[in-house]
Write a protein that binds this ligand. Structure first.
Ligand SMILES: *Cc1c(COP(=O)(O)O)cnc(C)c1O
Length: 413
């Protein structure tokens, strides 16, 4: 068998993630490797920590990467914070809320769930009532759930958690860099992310930040082993994972540099470049850019005659869901878009499967020259599928948004 080097097809990835990586991120990944304790490498690690403090808008010392996809960061945070018997409250407003519920359950936590209908978010008072009723140690709440496109407001919830003595964890995988997120100002204790959404990188590295309060809880659980060794009373239970033990991972990223794993060097280069690009653009500018291109996509899809799903007031900047027109086979239409135009849009899960498509404008693809071809191609594709579309309605409506818009100086265009 002779096997050639892979020639992946050229695709414009306009689904809910992953998206095309910024070429600068891909270039950074091809840089030469260095040893894990090379001063150059430890320097890059320190710079990466500082760059992600800026991205998360935090001063948390414990801001680092967990090697693995976004799910690795989620798992590390939850397995390190949760002990068997701990009460955890998980308000669920889409598919990604089921993940913290599932992981906390595996940790032996007593998991309490609240749910709203897909397409809606929780009010702060509903969260407060649920906290009062369940008295959890931890609240685990997704910020942006790409399955429904909703962006859960978090800003008032941190104060509630502080007042009631609850640790507050959020998954910002789908939102960081494209929607406002203020880790310290909003009172978050733990946040985890990934690169493949608004940060314009590939999946495979998970930035994580822990507040001093959360780091203390995690570090408290490291004493168990020492306690057993010297016969003193164990404090709590040991973290039920070695690879995702954030106490050990903090030691690797901290002054001690205790080996725990070999940092995934090329992924660190990627993660560092994603955060460097975000800092160079300015977070406010990056959010404004995602807002503009998200608005143009929304206006374009509506201009075509499509109906948008969910409470648009709470829509994330970087993804929109539209109802598949009656009589159109959603999967066949997506395949046609991919084969004829090289454009990928997203299908949907659970209650929305077969009912909506999800279209993203994020990271490197939050650009006019990604939005306009997608709208033009969708219009043609829908017409071929026999759907009634307003001719030129999609691109025309998006063009109007662009004409009226002014991006702040410094935003990437
Ligand atoms: C996309 C997404 C993830 C993805 O996790 P991976 O492990 O990188 O596949 C996690 N959480 C949310 C909210 C997401 O939107």
């Amino acid at each position: 068998m002779t096997t050639e080097q892979i020639p992946p097809p050229q695709r414009l990835l306009m689904g809910p993630g992953p998206t095309n990586a910024d070429p600068r991120v891909l270039r950074a990944m091809s840089a030469p490797l260095v040893g894990q304790y090379d001063p150059a490498m430890t320097g890059y690690m320190n710079e990466t920590m500082e760059l992600y403090r800026q991205a998360f808008r935090t001063r948390n010392q414990a801001t680092l990467l967990v090697d693995g996809t976004s799910g690795a960061g989620i798992e590390a945070a939850l397995v390190s914070l949760n002990e068997p018997g701990d009460r955890v409250l998980v308000p669920i407003f889409g598919r990604f809320g089921h993940l913290p519920k599932e992981i906390a359950g595996r940790c032996g936590a007593e998991v309490h769930v609240r749910e709203v209908e897909w397409g809606q978010v929780f009010t702060p008072s509903a969260i407060e009532r649920a906290i009062a009723a369940t008295r959890p140690k931890l609240l685990a709440l997704v910020q942006g759930d790409t399955s429904t496109t909703m962006n859960q407001p978090l800003e008032e919830i941190g104060q509630i958690c502080r007042r009631l003595g609850v640790l507050f964890y959020t998954d910002v995988t789908a939102t960081l860099g494209g929607n406002v997120f203020e880790m310290d100002l909003w009172g978050l204790d733990a946040a985890t992310s990934g690169l493949q959404k608004c940060l314009a990188g590939p999946s495979g590295s998970s930035p994580v930040s822990l507040s001093p309060r959360a780091a203390e809880v995690v570090n408290g659980r490291r004493h168990v082993e020492a306690g057993i060794a010297d016969g003193s009373a164990p404090v709590g239970t040991r973290i039920a994972s070695n690879y995702f033990d954030l106490a050990m991972i903090m030691d690797y990223w901290g002054q001690a540099r205790l080996n725990h794993h070999t940092e995934a060097t090329s992924m660190l280069y990627a993660a560092r470049e994603c955060a460097r690009l975000l800092a160079a653009e300015g977070i406010d500018n990056a959010v404004a850019r995602h807002r503009l291109h998200g608005e143009a996509m929304l206006a374009g899809l509506r201009g075509m005659g499509l109906e948008v799903f969910g409470d648009v007031v709470h829509k994330m900047n970087n993804v929109v869901a539209v109802r598949i027109p009656d009589g159109v086979d959603g999967d066949a239409a997506r395949t046609a878009l991919l084969e004829d135009y090289g454009i990928e849009i997203g299908t949907s899960f659970g209650p929305l499967h077969g009912k909506v498509w999800r279209i993203g404008t994020m990271g490197y693809n939050a650009r006019k020259d990604a939005v306009m071809p997608t709208l033009a191609a969708m219009e043609q594709m829908l017409r071929s599928a026999g759907a009634a579309v307003v001719a030129g309605g999609g691109t025309g409506a998006a063009r109007e948004i662009y004409q009226d818009a002014r991006l702040p100086a410094g935003a990437r265009a």
